[in-house]
Design a protein around this ligand. Structure first.
Ligand SMILES: Cc1cc2nc3c(=O)[nH]c(=O)nc-3n(C[C@H](O)[C@H](O)[C@H](O)COP(=O)(O)O)c2cc1C
Length: 169
């Protein structure tokens, strides 16, 4: 089982990364940090086809479990991650072979906010996108960091989630 975390924060060593690092302590996962990739907004004319999107998605589709990790920005996933999802459209139109490789793969998601409250519907775009792409949605957790470090309940959540993810076949 090959696993990869796709980190969608606007900073590479912020709170989302703290959560990602804890998950990586429990579960062997590679990491792609989207903030280090040059991935432009979706374009109907594909004028951005030479940016980093295709090389990035081609690496990701080789994994069996893809875990999206995003901060909560204005009650939603980050713009960085949303742009990445928008660009998956390229795999349905111009690089269908890569898009097809997502079928049957597993998706999971982790959010990181400053508030313990999970906004209703936050994970619907993940669940629906997995369904549309023919992927198996393996679940999600909402984590939060109020001060500098995650609370014990967040740590427990990540530990339990990693146990569940390790059962993903
Ligand atoms: C632009 C922006 C919008 C935010 N909106 C929310 C929000 O709607 N709900 C929330 O709980 N926290 C919100 N926060 C706080 C972040 O979710 C929180 O600090 C998170 O842990 C930051 O992760 P990062 O360091 O990876 O960016 C927001 C932060 C920023 C910068």
């Amino acid at each position: 089982m090959r696993r990869i975390i796709v980190q969608g924060s606007s900073r590479n060593n912020g709170n989302t990364n703290k959560i990602v690092q804890i998950l990586q302590k429990y579960l062997e996962c590679d990491l792609i940090d989207l903030s280090e990739c040059d991935i432009r907004q979706y374009d109907y004319e594909n004028r951005n086809k030479n940016d980093d999107f295709l090389t990035t998605i081609k690496k990701i589709v080789e994994y069996d479990l893809i875990i999206f990790a995003t901060p909560v920005y204005w009650y939603s996933m980050s713009g960085t991650l949303k742009t990445f999802f928008d660009r998956i459209t390229d795999c349905l139109k111009i690089d269908k072979e890569t898009g097809r490789k997502l079928r049957g793969k597993n998706m999971a998601a982790i959010s990181c906010g400053s508030d313990s409250h999970e906004n209703e519907g936050f994970f619907i775009p993940f669940e629906k996108s997995a369904e549309y792409l023919g992927m198996n949605y393996f679940g999600h957790i909402h984590t939060w960091i109020e001060e500098k470090e995650p609370s014990d309940s967040t740590l427990d959540l990540i530990k339990d989630f990693s146990k569940n993810l390790s059962k993903c076949k």
